[in-house]
Design a protein around this ligand. Structure first.
Ligand SMILES: Cc1cc2nc3c(=O)[nH]c(=O)nc-3n(C[C@H](O)[C@H](O)[C@H](O)COP(=O)(O)OP(=O)(O)OC[C@H]3O[C@@H](n4cnc5c(N)ncnc54)[C@H](O)[C@@H]3O)c2cc1C
Length: 393
């Protein structure tokens, strides 16, 4: 059985790993979080969390702490980046709370992870170990073993790979296949809000769509910061390890965009790019006493802003199944993936679909602007409800 000397081993201390520690602790299950980085940290960029995620925060008893570090946009706008035509405008403030019971918020990733780490540190059931890059796994005699690159072996009762897109645990459980590059590259801009002219930064999430490119802008967190993400379909060949930005291609892709987009582009870091990747959905991601959670199980493109949301929901479901399993962890993991795979696959498929819709050109662009703008607000909320109503833990 799981005990303090044989905890649940969580490989990866990102948003998913931290939330899993908290969800297990809620069920009185000890865990050990092993993180490769020397500190538990996230990048400075923004992240949007939808009502289904706040519902999980409520379940975990951390709503107040999360609400304190969130910024709450009034609306979500999708606009044509050439004409300025707003083909979607959805109120996201109190209307969303009335409808879905929970808010829609934007966070500074650093603040979000710091808050989760603080919650974990306060629990006697969670041990956080940084600078532990796990390179080997073994399951033997109802125990699991994870070995770090420093040669330290950690022993536990079961193991959950929360180690992200490039998961090593996934290679052990499923396959040794690389993620899929979507053809999109992204540049980020994180800037003090007063550096952005006031008239182009309402308290709104704005999604500007151009042929083969889009930009997302929103205020985030508590420190007066503004988040800008520029995404485009690159025509150049890229290797997975590419991180060097190509300002020439970036500006070329946004040529002809509205002046406010050009102004925002000036705040984007042109030196560094990220390739957007996902993987094909799978229905099984467990083997024996090992399973996956979050991006290691079902990495998604960011176009529905639900990747971290799915990791957080996974954590709650996994802890529930483990707690109810009476020590039958293999069965618990199978029940967990069975409950999660359709919802996460939905996010994976539709994120990819919406990525293409945002970047539509020609007739597809006309059709998008015409068709979606004719949908009633009620129809839009109904669609969002598929995600925002969330799960019942
Ligand atoms: C541009 C962009 C925008 C996004 N916007 C949103 C959004 O608005 N809303 C949303 O919900 N989602 C968003 N996402 C998705 C979200 O960032 C991810 O889904 C989420 O971070 C996944 O969390 P995770 O804990 O599964 O993995 P990760 O955050 O990748 O964490 C994995 C952790 O494991 C560690 N690790 C890796 N390998 C090892 C090892 N061998 N040993 C030990 N530790 C290891 C890593 O260092 C890392 O700390 C976005 C993604 C991108 C790319």
């Amino acid at each position: 059985m799981v005990d303090k000397n044989h905890p649940f081993i969580i490989v990866g201390g990102g948003i998913g790993g931290m939330t899993l520690g908290l969800a297990l602790a809620k069920k009185n299950i000890p865990s050990l979080v092993l993180e490769q980085a020397p500190q538990f940290r996230e990048t400075g960029a923004g992240i949007l969390l939808c009502p289904n995620v706040f519902k999980m925060f409520d379940y975990l008893g951390i709503s107040e702490q999360m609400t304190a570090i969130a910024c709450f946009p009034d609306a979500l706008i999708y606009a044509d980046g050439l004409s300025g035509f707003e083909y979607i405008k959805i109120p996201m403030g109190k209307e969303v709370v009335t409808r879905f019971k929970y808010p829609y918020g934007s966070f500074h990733r650093e603040e979000l992870l710091r808050a989760l780490v603080k919650e974990c540190q306060q629990s006697p059931l969670i041990t956080l170990t940084p600078a532990a890059r796990i390179v080997g796994f073994e399951e033997k005699n109802e125990r699991v073993f994870a070995t770090s690159d420093a040669g330290i072996t950690y022993e536990g009762t079961a193991l959950v790979g929360c180690d992200g897109l490039w998961s090593l645990v996934r290679n052990y459980i499923i396959e040794n296949e690389k993620p899929r590059y979507s053809g999109h590259v992204t540049h980020r801009g994180v800037v003090a809000i007063d550096k952005v002219p006031e008239h182009i930064r309402p308290n709104t999430v704005i999604h500007w769509d151009l042929p083969n490119a889009h930009m997302v802008q929103y205020p985030m967190g508590t420190k007066g910061m503004y988040n800008i993400v520029a995404v485009y379909k690159s025509v150049k060949p890229h290797q997975f390890e590419d991180t060097k930005g190509d300002p020439e291609e970036l500006f070329e892709r946004f040529e002809g965009a509205r002046p406010e987009i050009q102004q925002l582009l000036a705040h984007v870091d042109t030196t560094k790019l990220w390739l957007l990747c996902d993987r094909k959905p799978v229905s099984h991601w467990s083997k024996g006493r090992m399973t996956l959670l979050g991006d290691s199980a079902h990495p998604t493109l960011p176009h529905l802003t639900q990747g971290a949301g799915m990791a957080i929901e996974d954590a709650v479901v996994l802890a529930e199944k483990v707690s109810a399993s009476n020590g039958h962890y293999e069965a618990a993991f199978q029940a967990y993936e069975k409950e999660r795979y359709l919802r996460t696959a939905f996010v994976q498929y539709f994120s990819s679909f919406y990525g293409n819709l945002h970047d539509a050109d020609g007739i597809a662009r006309d059709l998008r602007n015409e068709f979606i703008s004719k949908m009633s607000l009620e129809e839009k909320y109904t669609w969002l409800g598929k995600l925002y109503n969330g799960i019942e833990p």
